[in-house]
Design a protein. Structure first.
Length: 621
């Protein structure tokens, strides 16, 4: 007879209060809220632990996959997504050749960015020659003023080839508001084309037309809740426009598609996609569609460029890999992994292959495509989903009170909000409150740029046959400066002008001198300085002499706070202005050291970027 005794029944489950009591003991009087509770940039707190009782009032754990409100995904039996790669089309034949090649290398979704001059039947026929359109997800983008023309050409091509309209999965993307955000150009007259394109493609059940590109906000530095809230408002703006124009709500909602970015915040991004589907379903429901399936949210995820770097660029692979994992676990429709070198060059065949394989790795080898919403039931992720949904909904309602997303863009409300976040994040990066591995934290000491230079965002290609009106914006624009840009500019300037040598004068307490030498090396190497570490010196004179022999431009004394009172002033005087003198740390005797003439101190409260700029100025760089 089988033993039916339940394991661990003799152990009493501790209560939440008992856990808190134990934590308070371990903290030894430190403030629990300050030490362990994380205040997110999204406007809510995250606790250090969660229990089943924390989900008692949440409805999301009771949701089922493939059922309204689709928080757990649009599918019931798998987590498949399209592996997508985008191509900028300059020559239709060349783009076709490349498309056919990558389709044999794991890609099953193609994104074509087409110039207005190629929105012709001949170009599209050449572009799609040999591509089995019924089994490949196709995506087309062009200037907003030519999307209707492109849609007519694509529809004519599919009709000419006799494809089964029910099998064709494709997007002819129409998003005039994005150009208002990125270029400041008034594209509102083009909004009237939206209902025409939707009606033109209404017989294709898997077609998408109205697209919401909040990846643009993500790449401009938006926090997760900002991207979420604005995505809802943006999508609702288009949905309302279509319904007001007489388009059937089921058709209008079905043809919506969201292009969202993915940042490095792993669990928060998973929750973002779950919250987005939940809230979008509620919004569409208010339009009273006949089919509940119309409430599904179709999402293409693209890994961020905002956190990508020029220096130590292979670290970009680590960032985009976790971002891809978040998107996959979040249940997206399709995904683009940004090549690791896109910040400084046209992606190479190698970087594009790696980008494809990053998706194939998690799909074919890690089986992320097999399980629907594996994060469901996680106390932490369910909490994040609910919290993001609440904060995102607040932002959505705020924008609706302003008259809707289009009106908020015209007033510059959206741009001001995102740009302010961008400024704050750059400030946080300068102070290392926000880390960029290999750039403002743990840089590669010996790496040189080797001619690599950051690529500025692309210029607008729509000239309308006259001067580029984008040069005279009618509205405020988003500032899309990558987070690493300030440090990269500083490091490249140092490299091109003069690379100073920083010498670590390590002395005294072994543990403290080693820790401070490592901190100082990382600090100064962020500007591309050559750093020389040492095992330690018996006297400050010995250390200064070694620094002079090494032709040091900067001498950093590394010791304990107590010992600085003994070593710092003698070292400074012995150096006698032959190099810049820096104290690693903020010792209690700092005022006394300043009184002796020492003025340079580096420590965790420093603004790293501004300090390094100041040192460059003092060194004549």
């Amino acid at each position: 007879m089988a033993n039916k005794e339940k394991l661990f029944t003799e152990f009493k489950a501790p209560t939440t209060q008992e856990w808190l009591d134990k934590i308070e003991v371990d903290l030894k009087g430190a403030d629990f809220q300050k030490r362990l509770v994380w205040r997110t940039n999204e406007g809510f707190n995250v606790q250090p632990f969660y229990r089943r009782e924390d989900l008692a009032n949440l409805k999301t754990p009771d949701a089922l996959p493939g059922e309204f409100p689709f928080v757990r995904g649009n599918k019931k039996d798998n987590n498949e997504w399209y592996v997508r790669q985008n191509l900028n089309v300059h020559d239709a034949a060349e783009a076709n050749k490349k498309a056919l090649d990558i389709l044999n290398k794991g890609v099953d979704s193609l994104g074509f960015r087409i110039p207005k001059s190629m929105c012709t039947a001949e170009a599209i026929e050449t572009l799609l020659d040999g591509i089995y359109c019924e089994v490949v997800d196709l995506n087309f983008r062009t200037c907003p003023c030519h999307v209707l023309q492109l849609a007519q050409v694509v529809d004519a091509y599919f009709t000419k080839k006799g494809f089964d309209k029910k099998k064709l999965s494709f997007t002819v993307g129409f998003d005039p508001i994005e150009k208002m955000l990125t270029k400041g150009k008034n594209t509102t007259p083009r909004l009237a084309d939206g209902p025409k394109i939707v009606e033109l493609l209404k017989d294709y059940p898997k077609a998408h037309v109205m697209t919401v590109h909040t990846e643009t906000l993500n790449n401009a530095g938006a926090y997760i809740v900002q991207e979420l809230g604005y995505a809802l408002a943006w999508g609702n703006e288009y949905l309302q426009e279509l319904v007001d124009a007489g388009v059937d709500v089921d058709l209008a909602a079905r043809q919506m598609k969201f292009y969202m970015g993915v940042s490095e915040n792993y669990f928060m991004e998973i929750a973002k996609f779950r919250a987005a589907r939940l809230l979008w379903a509620q919004i569409v429901k208010q339009y009273e569609p006949k089919d509940e399936a119309s409430c599904k949210m179709t999402i293409n995820a693209t890994t961020s460029t905002y956190n990508q770097t020029v220096f130590d660029s292979y670290v970009n692979l680590l960032r985009s890999q976790t971002e891809a994992m978040s998107a996959a676990l979040g249940g997206v429709y399709s995904m683009v992994v940004t090549p690791f070198d896109v910040t400084y060059e046209q992606p190479t065949d190698f970087s594009e292959r790696i980008a494809r394989n990053q998706q194939l790795l998690i799909k074919e080898e890690s089986h992320f495509d097999r399980i629907v919403d594996p994060s469901a039931g996680s106390y932490y992720i369910e909490h994040l989903t609910d919290a993001l949904a609440q904060e995102g909904w607040k932002l959505f309602l705020k924008i609706e009170e302003e008259g809707g997303f289009l009106e908020a863009v015209k007033k510059g409300i959206v741009q001001d909000d995102i740009n302010a976040t961008n400024v704050k994040r750059h400030g946080d990066a300068a102070k290392r409150k926000e880390f960029l591995l290999g750039t403002n934290q743990f840089p590669n000491f010996t790496e040189k740029s080797d001619g690599k230079r950051p690529i500025a965002p692309g210029a607008c290609a729509c000239k309308h046959g006259q001067a580029d009106q984008c040069e005279n914006p009618e509205f405020k624009k988003l500032e899309t400066t990558r987070l690493a840009a300030d440090f990269e500019d500083l490091r490249i300037h140092t490299e091109e002008t003069k690379v100073p040598t920083a010498f670590m004068l390590t002395i005294g307490n072994l543990a403290m001198r080693q820790a401070r030498a490592q901190f100082s090396c990382n600090f100064l190497a962020c500007a591309g300085y050559k750093v020389i570490d040492n095992l330690g010196f018996k006297t400050v004179e010995e250390g200064v002499d070694a620094a002079m022999e090494a032709k040091a431009d900067i001498v950093v004394i590394c010791s304990s706070d107590d010992e600085y009172a003994e070593y710092a002033v003698p070292a400074y005087k012995y150096l006698d202005g032959r190099a810049m003198f820096v104290v690693a740390g903020a010792p209690a005797c700092m005022d006394d050291l300043k009184a002796a003439g020492i003025e340079n101190f580096i420590h965790v409260r420093c603004n790293v970027l501004e300090t390094l700029k100041e040192y460059n100025q003092k060194l004549g760089i």
